[in-house]
Design a protein around this ligand. Structure first.
Ligand code: MG
Length: 218
């Protein structure tokens, strides 16, 4: 899957890059013992990391600690570079539900050595992603409950109101570094409650007004 659908339109969006924001919720920063970043912590996932609703995450053999991170996904409609915060929301086509699958043990080792995170964050199947609803269908993207359960057991339950960087700021900061194109996707960070999944688990993620995502783990 390299395309995503936007409800109410016929046109599939071809996903280019997926730009992810780390440490955007205070409670999650505290649970991992990290520091609040002054500059945004950004990393990329390739389109080959995508898994659609009903699909399967395959944990790489080099990890023994694969974590779920439910996140609000933002689909870029009109691209641009150096987008001003005041214009940013006009570049948003829609919202979706994503899970930023993270190999926590591998990430910790990479961090300790000062090495890049991609092998922990951007592997095949590391980005389950729902379809998108149009931006106009979401009253306020900064007031949405987001939850994730594993085998029906609640793990994450947060609100996008707790995001430290809000969507206009994220778009402004990201587009000052990477030209944004139609079909690019932004992941906006995860609330507290991240945890391990193992083969045989089923993850269910939900964001009110936005959608629902169910993914198996192998
Ligand atoms: Mg994340």
């Amino acid at each position: 899957m390299h395309t995503v659908n936007l409800a109410g339109t016929e046109k599939p969006y071809r996903v280019g890059k997926i730009v992810c924001l780390g440490r955007n919720y205070g409670e999650h920063i505290r649970e991992l013992g990290n520091e609040v970043p002054e500059q945004p912590i950004l990393f990329l996932k390739p389109a080959t990391s995508l898994v659609e609703d009903g699909g399967t995450v395959v944990i790489p053999s080099y990890s023994g600690d694969c974590h779920h991170e439910v996140e609000l996904a933002v689909l870029i409609g009109n691209g641009g570079r150096d987008i001003a915060e005041t214009d940013a929301m006009a570049h948003v086509a829609g919202y979706g539900v994503a899970i930023d699958m993270t190999l926590r043990d591998v990430q910790a080792e990479q961090k300790s050595k000062g090495l890049p995170w991609e092998i922990a964050k951007a592997f095949d199947t590391s980005c389950p992603l729902s379809g998108f609803v149009p931006a106009a269908a979401v009253a306020d993207p900064h007031a949405l409950r987001l939850t994730l359960a594993v085998n029906g057991e609640p793990r994450q339950d947060g609100t996008t109101a707790a995001m430290m960087r809000r969507i206009p700021q994220i778009i402004a900061e990201v587009s000052a570094i990477f030209t944004l194109e139609e079909g690019d996707v932004l992941l906006t960070g995860t609330p507290a409650g991240v945890g391990r999944v193992v083969a045989g688990d089923v993850m269910t993620a939900e964001i009110e007004q936005v959608g629902h995502l169910e993914v198996a783990v192998r």
